[in-house]
Design a binder for this molecule. Structure first.
Ligand code: GDG
Length: 475
């Protein structure tokens, strides 16, 4: 079987799970990427290559919900060295401004090369003559070049979902040149923000020595590579529709009732990750309570911390720290039947997330660094009555578009306290003015537009010999 469009991402949109009767089956893991990619996949008879989780041996491609999926296997060693090691122990902290200390291990790198090679080989075996291959994210930065060597006929796009760091940080990486050359295998390298694309081009000039002009890199073999920003978004209409549904409206009222009908509800929703700034935001909220600015009878904070990378030591330590802090906050400020912070360490169906967004008066999104942050956009999409305040870190990509949020520096606890208090006390008119402007931005720039603009750009820059791929039709 061969395909005109091949998506290559670390994870498949489904998880391999054990069913109740003991047999193995598939469970869809709906995420931002699936919604983003699905329309392009359907318009182009595409296949999605990725890891379904677990250590099962490689399975044949299969169809799920109208999409062709090709599972990649991962050994326990791959998971430890490629996934938890180089991807999440080296690149993740390095690309997020050293929020944690990246570790450099040569065995991790070797494993990263091996796994990238396997992904590239798989893509080469499934792509039709002249097909388009779209590679995603930091786990697979070597795939574009490996794939180009195997299949020079392909049109290759790469998209980085996380930030791309400034040269000063990137050059710590012992394998910096290999990564840059890996990415240069693509015809189009997409980033969230213009600054990231500029960092990349500057590094290519300095470290690889290629000629560059603005967003173009000129390679000695005559190829040009374009580096450009494509800020990702969400299915805004889909979120709004869900938020408007009777089920979600009912559930959101039920949530407020269960919380004891507080005047204001603060909400944080994050993967439990040290880049997300959960600890500092809760401290800021607790100090406001301690100083008497916010009373536990008036306001509560719901913090959803979605389990993430639980095998990695740093993530286990972070979880303990956050849970200790919440215990202390509730001990200091809670009353019987009224904890100050409602803490949920779990993941939820999308409808439940929408109900929480609907129930929250102040959404608090304060990462130290974030490629985009879809949670902020989802909150905005769900606030169809133009109410609700968003407190947003300046260091989230989303801050470039959501200028009317209460923007904060997450390293500045006093600044965060002031912003939380302002958002909490703001009058309805002010809240509505800000939310209206943000809603306009999010509804006009949704994920369909994102995928379409990447695809259109890729057909423009990609080698003249490759076949054209259709952007998903109809807005
Ligand atoms: C990376 C970049 C960039 C969360 N909990 C549940 C759940 N979610 C969904 C959210 C949202 C997504 O997961 C999280 O996306 P974020 O953008 O907030 O953050 P990362 O996971 O770090 O994503 C980021 C993104 O890639 C896309 O390019 O924006 O900067 O770090 O959609 O709603 N969904 C469900 N249950 C949950 O419990 N169903």
């Amino acid at each position: 079987m061969s395909y005109d469009l091949v998506i290559v991402a670390n994870r498949l949109p489904v998880d391999r799970v054990e069913l109740a009767d003991g047999t193995k089956g598939w469970r869809t893991s709906p995420g931002g990427l699936v919604t983003a990619i699905e329309p392009v996949m359907r318009a182009n008879h595409g296949v999605w290559i990725g890891w379904p989780g677990g250590t099962d041996p490689e399975l044949e491609p299969f169809e799920s919900d109208g999409m062709e999926l090709a599972p990649m296997s991962m050994s326990a060693q791959d998971i430890e060295e490629f996934y938890e090691g180089f991807s999440n122990g080296t690149l993740w902290p390095l690309y997020h401004d050293l929020v944690a200390k990246p570790e450099f291990h040569r065995e991790w790198w070797d494993s990263y090369v091996r796994v990238n090679e396997r992904f590239a080989e798989k893509a080469a075996s499934l792509a039709a003559e002249g097909a388009t291959v779209w590679v995603h994210d930091y786990q697979l930065q070597l795939v574009p070049q490996m794939l180009r060597t195997l299949r020079p006929d392909l049109r290759i796009g790469f998209y980085l979902h996380i930030p791309f760091p400034p040269a000063e940080l990137f050059q710590q990486l012992p394998w910096r040149r290999q990564i840059l050359e890996g990415l240069l295998g693509a015809d189009l390298v997409g980033f969230q923000l213009p600054g990231a694309a500029q960092n990349f081009v500057r590094l290519v000039r300095q470290r690889v020595g290629h000629k560059t002009h603005r967003d173009l890199v000129y390679l000695p073999d005559g190829r040009t590579v374009r580096a450009a920003p494509f800020p990702i978004s969400i299915d805004a209409a889909g979120f709004e529709e869900m938020a408007r549904s009777d089920a979600v409206r009912f559930r959101s009222a039920e949530i407020r009732e269960a919380l004891g009908r507080p005047r204001k509800v603060f909400l944080g929703v994050d993967r439990l990750d040290y880049t997300k700034g959960i600890y500092a935001r809760l401290r800021a909220f607790a100090e406001l309570m301690g100083e008497g600015h916010i009373d536990v009878e008036d306001a509560v904070f719901i913090q959803v911390a979605v389990p993430s990378r639980e095998q990695v030591e740093q993530y286990r330590i972070l979880r303990d720290e956050i849970e200790r802090l919440i215990g202390r906050i509730n001990g200091d400020h809670g009353r019987i039947g009224r904890p100050a912070v409602h803490y949920l360490h779990s993941s939820y169906p999308r409808e439940e997330m929408a109900a929480m967004y609907r129930a929250a008066d102040v959404m608090v999104v304060t990462p130290y660094r974030d490629g985009m942050n879809l949670v902020a956009k989802e909150y905005v999409a769900c606030r169809y009555e133009d109410d609700g305040a968003l407190v947003l870190s300046e260091f989230a990509g989303a801050a470039d578009e959501l200028r009317q949020a209460w923007l904060v520096n997450p390293y500045d606890i006093n600044g965060m306290k002031s912003a939380l208090l302002e958002a909490y006390q703001a009058d309805d008119k002010e809240v509505t003015r800000r939310m209206k402007a943000m809603r306009k931005q999010v509804t006009q720039h949704d994920v369909k537009a994102w995928a379409a603009s990447f695809m259109t750009e890729l057909s423009d820059v990609g080698g003249g010999h490759a076949k054209d791929v259709r952007a998903p039709g109809g807005e």
